[in-house]
Ligand binder design. Structure first.
Ligand code: HXC
Length: 256
């Protein structure tokens, strides 16, 4: 069904695997179109509660496809609003976990940062090397990396174009966990299965609230969170979750 990605399902979790290993999963417009189409289809599927996005052993993705971009003019880019379609990926509310082995460079690192969190292998390498190509990051790298790891570290990464290893990425807060390379996908799947075992509406609300922390001033964010918290009382999931706790049993969240 897809040319550049593979999509499978394990229980309530969808696994999207980038499948251009020879090009180190460089993100051309077909990859973008397919990842977005797959994510939007998953978003409508009530049997799926979380997504794992991964690449190959050598590369999560080595960036936007340079061969596709090289000959373009500013008019071409503005006319196409190049990369704007990725906003559709970030708007999908199903939690997305990036499972990263190998290179996550440029657009690859940016795609990882568009996910809700990342689990990386010990050999993973991250970077924003656009400076070497004479451009700025175009898929949100300067903004999301700065929010994730702070201005000093983000600035250094963007201005030098150097790569960062997994241990440093974990320490900086770019990724949530580092595990042995061979365990990256299984660890991400485990985490995704746990998320998918909870009520979808609760998970989406929590995710949306955490994402607001990147947009809102603290007082507004806290107010926003409290308003959602209040409105969750009396919902079937709040009743079931709290009743199950008091009855000392596992909750059974009914969907739909
Ligand atoms: C197109 C790419 C690519 C990319 C790798 N390839 N990255 N093709 N776009 N981003 C291709 C290579 O051309 C090569 O194809 C094959 O993948 C294997 O790569 P090698 O370079 O031979 O492998 P290796 O020597 O192991 O080096 C790996 C690497 C290097 C360090 C990751 O490939 C590299 O530096 N890639 C570019 C990384 C980068 O600059 N990314 C940011 C892109 S800009 P052939 O056919 O020769 O075998 C971006 C932001 C866009 O993402 C924002 C601006 C608008």
């Amino acid at each position: 069904m897809y040319e550049t990605i593979e999509v499978s399902q394990e229980g309530r979790v969808a696994l999207i695997r980038l499948n251009r290993p020879k090009q180190l999963n460089a993100l051309n417009s077909t990859v973008a179109r397919e990842i977005i189409a797959a994510t939007e289809a998953i978003e409508k599927d009530h049997t799926i509660g979380a997504i794992v996005l991964t690449g190959s052993e050598r590369a999560f993705a080595a960036g936007a496809d340079i061969s596709e971009m090289a000959g373009k003019t500013a008019s071409d880019m503005i006319e196409a609003d190049f990369f704007a379609e990725w906003e559709r990926f970030t708007r999908c509310r199903t939690p997305k976990i990036a499972a990263v082995n190998g290179y996550a460079l440029g657009g690859g690192c940016e795609l990882m940062m568009m996910c809700d969190f990342a689990i990386a292998g010990e050999g993973a390498k991250f970077g924003q090397p656009e400076v070497k190509l004479g451009v700025v990051a175009g898929m949100g790298g300067t903004q999301r990396m700065t929010r994730l790891i702070g201005r000093a570290r983000s600035m250094e990464m963007h201005l030098t174009g150097r790569t960062m290893g997994a241990a440093e990425a974990l320490q900086a807060g770019l990724v949530a966990r580092v595990v042995p390379d061979a365990e990256v996908v299984s660890t991400a799947m485990e985490s995704a299965k746990l998320i998918a075992s909870y009520a979808r509406a609760t998970v989406r609300t929590i995710r949306d609230t955490v994402m607001r922390a990147e947009e809102l001033p603290l007082a507004e964010g806290v107010h926003y969170e409290r308003g959602l918290f209040h409105r969750m009382f009396g919902t079937q999931h709040q009743i079931e979750g709290m009743t199950a706790f008091l009855e000392k049993r596992a909750p059974r969240f009914q969907e739909g």
